[in-house]
Design a protein around this ligand. Sequence first.
Ligand code: PGU
Length: 456
Amino acid sequence: MHPQLSSHPAHGSATDRRLNSMLRHIDPSIASSSLSSMDSQISASPTSGFHGDSVFAHVAQAPEDSILGVTVAYNKDPSPIKLNLGVGAYRTEEGKPVVLNVVRKAEQLLVNDRSRVKEYLPIVGLADFNKLSAKLIFGADSPAIQENRVTTVQCLSGTGSLRVGAEFLGRHYHERTIYIPQPTWGNHPKIFNLGGLSVKYYRYYDPATRGLHFQGLLEDLGSAPTGAIVLLHACAHNPTGVDPTLEQWAQIRQLMRSKGLLPFFDSAYQGFASGSLDADAQSVRMFVADGGECLVAQSYAKNMGLYGERVGALSIVCKNADVASRVESQLKLVIRPMFSNPPIHGASIVATILKDMNMYDEWTVELKAMADRIISMRHKLFEALRAKDTPGDWSHIIKQIGMFTFTGLNSEQVAFMTKEYHIYMTSDGRISMAGLSSKTVPHLADAIHAAVTRVR
Ligand code: PGU
């Protein structure tokens, strides 16, 4: 203890005393006399901010995120019956988050392997992970992979992959407009704007039919400038749960290729739509099969339940191997100042599972079980609303695909359900079916029934 400071508590302000003890903590050899002279120097600095207003006093309170903010509000609610159907995260029948058995196994193998170290990965990430991720989305015998014209870089989950892709396009692609579906995942426009692209919408969803606005989509893409980028959800469109049929995909492909529009696929739900990894990759594979170029952002958050591990990949399919190699060199220049190189653990889990046939099979079984449970929740909710004679046609609940149902409930009805029933969801009426269980379906059905009969 420095007697001068401890025996004269009135010496200096509380901030000064905290500062002194912090400095002593950092370097106990500092003498108290030098501390007090330092102290006066620091306190006197007009820019230190210790004695006046914060230099950040002008910073306005930002609103919560429209999706992740729902969880913030949910966490604050003390009600025992509260239900979070906001974020797209899988829950068990008991309402608990799940770690797949196959992921636990892979982690055990990794932990037991004493030869593994924590060195930096290369800028582009784990080589095995990248190769296996490309195979997963493009197919094991994809000619594009065999011809070495695909470059794949490991990124921070789906978001990070989209962000790196956006910035690459902003720097190197001649057309800086990206068309995104109306509606789409709320983070899309922000990611693309930050990458230096300007965002326009194409019609996608028709509230009247609660289905695809196919005519509007064809018209809007048909009148987009040549070369424009088009964001496509590979499957399980978020938030609508509405996907084009394979025939419609074929038409979209034809139109886009004829106009030289550049496809940028967001694949955040491979395996979650149908339960089959291959079936859910068909839209992407159709575009790759014609020899044209495209970008694909992949996420393992949902299909391997690796949400917080932040594992994903960006692939760019190019015309030839030479272009692909130059594109990769430029992707490295995007990544290096952004996050330098990606984290090792999650990608190692994915690579361990993808390269072992038994573990891969085990994964597909667990993935199918998650997809099937979501589908069964659709049927249970639909039946519950029918049994209550809830006004309206609710067949879209069983027709829509993937994690979400776009209910058609308006923001007042959503607010009512949150206030009266403690059910949390995004204000656009999207509910995460993956957050629902047999036990909570009746509560949700009661809430929807009350909302549509009492709030208009
Ligand atoms: N793309 C789409 C279409 C998504 O729905 C999501 C996640 C992502 C990308 C990004 O996922 P990563 O976690 O970065 O891989 N959407 C979820 C999760 C919450 C969120 O908004 O990030 C959702 O509830 O919409």
